[in-house]
Design a protein around this ligand. Structure first.
Ligand code: FRU
Length: 495
């Protein structure tokens, strides 16, 4: 039976790989295909999965539908890197061919044990909706193991975790296991819903990764925290325990929570005895339009590194015309500073820097561009002194018809990102309240063909967005709002 199963999955993967080879050439030539972000060679991707370091290399898997640019029965795509910035797509790792995962190998995580790589993922099976219980699916957790980090075998006794019975646990929504090790034990959090359709997270424990026992409802929704908690992560950042998750259904509050779904975190402390996580309030991880389902790992050198899906459910995705959809964010490093979570690009991003153009102490009295500071992709670093002006504006990916506008209002302390004229695709504006440091605002911006990631004041806030301008829209214009804007530093690196 074991051999037959392996066969079935590997055959499905061979088929997918042939298809990818044929279509990949077209998709990767798309005008919006990224230069340095992780993307699939063709087809649809969503959540990052199974982020890990195994046998000397970083592995990242992703929710993948190779056969079209739309979401469909999920496979696991797979990229490998030695340095976290140059990634290579390799053989698809999982295919939805078994009775317990026939409608999708949904999100999950990875862990290494005894020289082997273990993937724990959600097997998803659709059921006709039961009006009484409101259950329309079976979701259970399944294990696949690899010796070489390329070929994965699902174990014979899958699924290894079934949705626990309990008055307060919805029988349908039960997915996205994220494992970690603590003392001699393995733990996994799993995203779930309670019987009143509010989000919660369940905690399980194991000694061998195959037998798992249900420990607790680790945390649950109180107030405006959504109806389903997807993609939970539990990590320790600089000694502080952090619960990261992607709640669906948070209601907008003024200018906050405007995206279709949110990704955020709560700081707290897990009591391993009771399995209860005592925590503070929910905070966002990203203030832009497109950031979801992040996965965080502890790298071998101890750094906490996070990658998210740089897209959003229900959002317009113009790249679908070209046969593909979705990219991952650049890897981001998490730190705690004075009780606050800071998010910065990983240091290795600097290894991608090729040519640079650098200016210092430029004074602007009107809108202007700088020679060599432009591009369809690259890294823009700037420190702006706003002592002499009340507002400032930067127009990126700019032409006479298109622009993505960043601005800052000193009086209101509001930074905003506006993609209403960015080109094709989704529109809108997002903002965040952020103070200046010695009258200066520091921006580190990663521009790729169809994306922008803006890091403010050394990790105080991040805003990510997909944008779809023409190739020709590559200018960058800096404007003071009336007074004098001093660009203490401006650098543009081609990547
Ligand atoms: C989050 C999610 C997960 C699920 C996967 C399916 O974006 O909905 O909860 O496992 O995507 O592709």
């Amino acid at each position: 039976i074991q051999e037959k199963k392996l066969d079935k999955q590997q055959k499905a993967i061979d088929h997918a790989m042939d298809f990818i080879k044929k279509k990949g050439e077209h998709s990767t030539k798309s005008r919006w295909y990224p230069v340095y972000h992780i993307a699939a060679p063709t087809g649809w991707i969503n959540d990052p999965n199974g982020f890990c370091f195994f046998a000397g290399k970083y592995h990242l898997f992703y929710q993948y539908h190779p056969y079209s640019a739309q979401w469909g029965p999920m496979y696991w795509g797979h990229v490998i890197s030695e340095d976290l910035v140059h990634w290579k797509n390799v053989r698809v790792a999982l295919a939805p061919v078994d009775e317990y995962d026939k409608d999708g190998c949904f999100s999950g995580s990875a862990i290494t044990k005894d020289g082997k790589l273990y993937l724990l993922y959600t097997g998803h099976v659709n059921l006709p909706l039961d009006e009484k219980t409101e259950v329309d699916r079976i979701e259970s957790q399944c294990l696949a193991i690899s010796y070489d980090g390329i070929t994965f075998e699902k174990i014979a006794r899958n699924p290894v975790i079934h949705c626990p019975k309990g008055d307060n646990i919805h029988k349908g929504h039960f997915r996205d296991p994220k494992m970690w090790q603590h003392d001699e034990h393995y733990y996994t959090v799993i995203g779930a819903q309670n019987s009143k359709e509010r989000g919660q997270v369940l905690l399980f424990e194991s000694t061998d990764l195959e037998q798992w026992t249900f420990k607790s409802i680790m945390a649950s929704c109180s107030g405006n925290e959504g109806y389903m908690w997807e993609c939970p992560n539990f990590v320790e950042v600089d000694g502080q325990e952090v619960f990261i998750f992607s709640p669906q259904g948070i209601e907008p509050e003024d200018k906050k929570f405007l995206n279709h779904h949110q990704s955020g975190y709560m700081l707290g402390k897990l009591d391993y005895e009771s399995g209860i996580f005592h925590h503070g309030a929910f905070e966002l991880l990203d203030y832009g339009f497109d950031f979801y389902a992040p996965q965080v790992i502890q790298a071998p050198d101890g750094r906490c590194i996070m990658i998210g899906w740089l897209a959003m459910w229900e959002s317009e995705m113009p790249e679908q015309e070209d046969g593909w959809a979705g990219i991952m964010t650049i890897p981001r490093e998490l730190h705690m500073e004075n009780g606050k979570l800071k998010i910065c690009p990983i240091q290795e991003m600097e290894n991608l820097r090729e040519q640079s153009r650098v200016y210092e102490n430029i004074e602007l009295y009107e809108a202007d561009s700088l020679d060599g500071i432009s591009g369809e992709f690259g890294e823009l670093l700037t420190v702006m002194d706003l002592s002499g002006t009340e507002t400032m504006q930067i127009n990126l990916r700019c032409s006479s018809e298109e622009e993505t506008v960043l601005s800052y209002d000193k009086r209101k302390q509001i930074f905003s990102l506006d993609r209403n004229c960015a080109g094709k695709g989704p529109k809108g504006q997002r903002e965040i309240k952020i103070g200046l440091q010695n009258n200066c605002l520091k921006l580190r911006i990663f521009i790729d063909k169809s994306s922008i990631e803006i890091f403010l004041n050394d990790g105080e806030a991040v805003l990510s967005a997909r944008i779809y301008p023409n190739k020709e829209s590559s200018r960058i214009i800096f404007s003071p709002g009336g007074g004098k804007l001093r660009l203490t530093q401006v650098a543009f690196y081609s990547l």
